[in-house]
Ligand binder design. Structure first.
Ligand SMILES: Cc1cc2nc3c(=O)[nH]c(=O)nc-3n(C[C@H](O)[C@H](O)[C@H](O)COP(=O)(O)OP(=O)(O)OC[C@H]3O[C@@H](n4cnc5c(N)ncnc54)[C@H](O)[C@@H]3O)c2cc1C
Length: 415
């Protein structure tokens, strides 16, 4: 092995590497595109990639007020799973799991997908009834999911304490072996790189301030760098969806609340799967050894990206009760993202009453896992104007038709 001195490492780190190729171009903003996608998070970038790849639509702009992956895609805790409650959601996320397995090969970029399984701890009889129902539906869809005894949970997660005094006992657990995690930045970078290579323009640090319409159809977007004309405008802006859609006269049933997460100092490997105690606390261990920890959302609507102390305290209380050994672990950093929640906790992937205006929003606490399947379905919708089978149930008009799709499998407090 070649040896590197600290000086050569420092020299390389500080050197301006003009010879290194850019991962994606930085093109000037043009005055017109065939389609504008607002939001360079996972969903916007994946939609752009699949539009170019599957539909040959390459005159596409992805515009972001910040940087690629700088929204919730870069702030999330990366759990990927398909153990949902409704048939429509299960089918959609099962397809997503298949796409995650192939993503690194498809994009030519290692997104570090690790299929490590998820263990859910069941602490109430109501939740046990819920998972029994879920087990039948998941079985019908061919998604591996089983209810296991507390002793098996302990065997999978030795740091779990089942003996000490608890507010609630662990009654059972569920095991979902095809769940996993991936590297969030790599997912955004992989899609950005692949979309750019197909001719998509990605423009960062340019905010869309309003959607312009010409009568009943969209005509383009106003940005901080001027007007951009486009017959199709697609919003993938997570928490900012209701504000932006309102500029086109579209009201969305979305509430924005902070969702927190924090990571510990790096530790030796101690957790080989994702562990979730629904609505209370969940954790996994990153490749760097940090425990990545989250829980329910804050109760009060806000665009803040820090989160309430009371929520943090509740998550830590739940954590230490189930895993007392972590009581002495030091936390490294904490943050929050503003998430976009519909009251039925299902997303909106849909056309709107404004012709040419499309939405891929409302993913709440669960949209990272939905990036490949959501991006592909959104691209199909933008290209063909027809919602494919997996997303038909996510249409915006479900609220007006009285057909909400109540889910109980997110990490928000609406579970
Ligand atoms: C703490 C936390 C933990 C989470 N954990 C998980 C998890 O474990 N598993 C899971 O599946 N999901 C999780 N999520 C949810 C997940 O992160 C989101 O659902 C997902 O990232 C949404 O992706 P997106 O591309 O739609 O939005 P984002 O990644 O938020 O991208 C939206 C982009 O739009 C841009 N934008 C907004 N307004 C404008 C404007 N006016 N003009 C231009 N650009 C604009 C933003 O800058 C941003 O880059 C978590 C979220 C948080 C906050």
């Amino acid at each position: 092995m070649r040896g590197y001195s600290i000086w050569s490492l420092a020299r390389n780190a500080l050197a301006a590497r003009a010879d290194w190729p850019r991962a994606w171009r930085s093109p000037p903003l043009r005055a017109r595109y065939d389609a504008v996608i607002v939001g360079a998070g996972g969903h916007g970038l994946a939609a752009a990639y699949y539009l170019a790849r599957r539909h040959g639509l390459r005159d596409v702009l992805v515009v972001d007020k910040g940087w690629v992956g700088g929204g919730n895609t870069g702030r999330n805790t990366v759990t990927i799973r398909a153990n949902y409650l409704r048939e429509e959601s299960i089918r959609f996320h099962a397809e997503g799991l298949r796409m995650w397995r192939e993503m690194s090969g498809e994009l030519g970029f290692n997104v570090m997908f690790s299929e490590r399984g998820q263990l859910d701890l069941i602490q109430t009889w109501a939740k046990l009834r819920d998972v029994k129902r879920r087990q039948s539906l998941l079985r019908l869809a061919g998604v591996p999911f089983e209810i296991v005894a507390p002793a098996e949970a302990k065997a999978r997660v030795p740091i779990l304490d089942l003996d000490g005094p608890k507010r609630l006992p662990v009654l059972a657990a569920t095991w979902h072996p095809t769940a996993g995690v991936a590297r969030h930045d790599a997912v955004a970078w992989g899609y950005a790189r692949a979309a750019d290579a197909l001719g998509v323009d990605i423009v960062q640090n340019c905010e869309v301030t309003a959607i312009r319409r010409d009568g009943g159809r969209v005509s383009g977007v106003e940005t901080t760098r001027g007007f951009v004309a486009a017959p199709k405008v697609a919003l993938a802006v997570s928490a900012h969806a209701s504000v932006l859609a309102a500029t086109a006269g579209v009201r969305l049933p979305i509430e924005t609340v902070p969702l927190q997460a924090f990571v510990s100092e790096p530790l030796k490997p101690m957790l080989s799967c994702v562990v979730n105690c629904p609505g209370q606390v969940y954790l996994s261990q990153s490749d760097k050894g940090e425990l990545v920890i989250g829980g329910g959302s804050d109760p009060v609507p806000s665009y803040a990206q820090r989160g309430e102390f009371a929520t943090l305290e509740r998550i830590v209380t739940n954590l230490v009760e189930l895993f007392p050994v972590l009581g002495r672990v030091r936390m490294l950093r904490q943050w929050a993202g503003a998430i976009d929640l519909c009251h039925d906790t299902s997303p909106i992937v849909s056309k709107t009453d404004v012709e040419g205006l499309y939405l891929d929003v409302g993913w709440g606490s669960g949209g990272f896992k939905a990036i490949p399947a959501g991006g592909a379905a959104f691209a199909d919708l933008i290209a063909t104007d027809m919602p494919g089978a997996p997303i038909a149930a996510f249409a915006l008009d479900r609220f007006a038709r009285g057909r909400p799709l109540y889910e109980t499998a997110g990490a928000s407090n609406r579970d």
